[in-house]
Design a protein around this ligand. Sequence first.
Ligand code: ADP
Ligand code: MG
Length: 318
Amino acid sequence: MSLSEFQIIKKFFTSCFSAAVPAKLGIGDDCALIDVPPEMHVAVSTDTLVEGVHFLENSDPYLLGHKALAVNLSDLAAMGAKPAWVSMALTIPKVDEKWLSAFSDGFFQLAQKYKIQLIGGDTTRGPLAISLTVMGLLPSGKGLKRSGAKIGDGVYVTGKMGSAGLGLKKAVANSVNPSDVDLMRYLQPEPCVDAGLNLLGKATSCIDVSDGLAADLSHILKASKVGAILEHASLPMSLSVKENIEMRGDWQWPYSSGDDYQLCFTMPETLESCFNTSAWDEIENPIRIGRVVAEPGLVLQYNGEQVVYSSGGYEHFK
Ligand code: ADP
Ligand code: MG
């Protein structure tokens, strides 16, 4: 006999680690109750993953549990917020205990890393979809918004571009090899939570790269009413991505390729010495790829020539 909704929640969605900021009341009542510490904002964000749209059919449930939380934590990271609570709306076609167990393991393995507490949700039957609402904490008046980039700031990324996009190509081609770095960047992205926390009070704007660097950076440029010039030679890319774009003769591809979940931010170059502090010991230093200019739009400098970037990133309704 298949488990009831309550049995599913008890068996698969009860966490066994202590939360960074425990809720007053967690799973089990009509609402969870949370106390917001004084002088703090709650940063709230929702991201949904739908089978066939955001992930391939028959995806590995462990990796899916990880990814659902990772893409949500990435939004908290982009705001510079510390993860605190998460609520999960899970829609599944049937009760498959093996699937649920692996999904839950993938989810809680990452939840434990950041001590984020699952405080509630909803479990329904239907086509597979996972929608999470994450909540994080920020000191009052702080938060890495999209609108603060200033002329003369540097433009930075926290890591390599195009790997996840190349990984998706490999996943579609069914060349599943767990030791393939690009493929794992696509299937199991690491959210840049610590980088976001380090940038609070330093970066003038920030966004996470989910739809493609050009599209996401353009959100910053529009919100800040500025433009940017990027130096292609500075863009960090894995050797495999470099080889792939050379083979296809499409050097602009890493600007439109999505799913990397790195942060793109702007900051006065004079603050770059902060990357040498112990806060960055455990994480890769960000790389400056260009600068903010007054002229609106995005310009890519390639082999000494300037190209105005025009094609976009991923959009659902186009
Ligand atoms: P209600 O009928 O009042 O909406 P539910 O029966 O849907 O309540 O859920 C019972 C409890 O289990 C609630 O506290 C709810 O937040 C929690 N819950 C339901 N589904 C999930 C889930 N997938 N993950 C975590 N908590 C869940
Ligand atoms: Mg309900």
